[in-house]
Design a protein. Sequence first.
Length: 334
Amino acid sequence: MEKKSTIGVVAVILVVVLLLGTTFFVMNKPAVANEATDYSNENNWMYAPKVINKTVDVFYLYPTTNWQTNANATGPEICTIDNSSMRTGAQSAYERQATAFLPVANVFAPYYRQMDMWPNNRDQITAGIPTTDCTAAFDYYIKNFNDGRPYILASHSQGSTVMTNILSGYLKDNPAVYTRMVVAYVIGYTVNNTYLDNNPHLKFAVGANDTGVIVSYNTETPNVPAGTNPVHATDTITINPISWSRFEVHVPASAGLGSLMVNLTTGAYEKVPQYADAQINNSKGSLITTAIVTGFPMPIAPGVLHSFDYMFYYYDLQANAGDRITSYFASRQK
C-alpha cells in the first residue's frame, strides 16, 4: 500500500464552530412525540431548491449533529426540530457531503429530529421519531417537489440508519416510487445480507453502473480489531468507492478522482488529490485505508474514520452518481 502524507484536519471542527452564528430558523410549535414534523413549513427544509435545473434529484439525510448537553441524562435525548446546534451541524455536514451531488442533481435536504450519541438501542430509538420525521419529509418531497423525476438517496451515519427504514418501509409500500430510484448511497451504517433477505425488493450494488441499488461502506484503518467498530457489524456488505468493485483488491489513492479536505489557512473545504486508498476487508465488514489524519479527535473510536466516509471519496462519489444517472436513462431507452 502506498504511503500517505499527513494532513492535520482539526479545521473540520473549527468550520463547525465558525458556523455557529450563521443558522437562521423560525421557531416551530412544540411537536407531539409521535406526530411527524410539518414539512409544508419551508423552515423545516435545510435545502429545497426553487429552481430545478437538473433531470435528477437527491434526497439527503445528514449524520448525527445532535450532541447531548445534559451530563446527568439517563437515556437518549431527541432534539427539537428547531434545535440550533443540530441545524448548524446539519449545514456543516451538508457542505462536506451533499454538495458532492450538486453538479448532477437538485439536492433536497430536510431537517429532522435526531437522537443524540446515546450508545444503547440506537436502531430501535432511531426507528421512532427520526424515522417518523424523515419518512414524512420524503413523502412530502415525492408529492410536492419531485414531479416524477428520478432521484438518488444519500445519507450518512444516523441518516443512513433512517434511510434503511425508508428503503424497507416506504419504498416497499410504494413500488412505483422505488422504480425511479437511481441509487441509494447508504454510507456509514450496516447493510448486510440479513437486511436484504428481509427486504427482497432491495439489492446491493455489484459495480459502477447498476441502478436501483444500495451503495454502502464504512472506513477505518487496518489496526481496528474486528467487531470493535461501533458503527457497523462484521457482516456488513461493502463496495470499494474508487474501483466500484466488491473484491478485496487494494486500490491505490492514485486511482481516485480526489478528496474534499480542509484548507488549514482558510478553513474552507477544497479539492485535494485523492487522499485515501481503499481495500475491502469482508471479514471485518469494513473499507480499509492507510490514510493518516492527525490533530482530529476520533469521536467514535481510535482508527474509525467514520467522519471521512464522504470526504475521502468525495469526487469518486460525484463521478459515480453521474455514471449511474447516465446508466439509468440509457436503460429506459432500450
